[in-house]
Design a binder for this molecule. Sequence first.
Ligand code: SAH
Length: 208
Amino acid sequence: MVQDQIIARGIIDKRVIDAMLKIPRHIFVQEAFAAQAYNDKALPIGEKQTISQPYIVALMTEKLSLTGRERVLEIGTGSGYQTAILATLADRVYSAERIRPLALNARKCLDSLKLFNVQLRINDSEGSPIGWEEEAPFDAIIVTAGAPEVPAVLTDQLALGGRLVIPVGPDNDQQLITIVKNDDGDLQYESSVNCRFVPLIGKQGWQS
Ligand code: SAH
């Protein structure tokens, strides 16, 4: 998987490659899909949600430029696979998920890998805001669900010098956007690949 899908497509950050080699993907998918866990595609994880394609996990992670010292916010824990990669590469991960059974299962998987630097939060009440204001600001924010536009509530939670990676656009045609907040607070936007994520639900996302 790592050689053919990650390195061959241009991922060069050695720390990201090592993390992808280290974290087993099969424990994050349902048993029925375990044989496909290292294939080049997203897979269902229940509750109409999906675990992202391995290449997209690597690309989004690389765009965060993590060094090991960061406090990272993830929106959309899902299976917890991306969370595990982040936990391997950053100091502390705060991950929010709106579907309780997914968050509980992710916790079990993360514990089984002894990744104890992850705090999970379940945002399952109607009208829960996107993000994690109490723990802000974050050095890096990753959103693993597609948004209609970049939620201001998230750029507000980004530290100076911080980076946000988020898929933006309509259902079938999103672009991966990287936003860097300069030391003076200005935001710089860069778009990269097309992608397709399940919807980000919330006031500055889509309606459920
Ligand atoms: N990174 C995950 C992706 C899961 S799919 C993985 O690879 O397994 C995206 C997840 O975002 C879904 O589980 C969905 O329930 C969650 N989600 C959508 N809107 C959310 C919100 N406002 N806050 C937290 N989680 C959200």
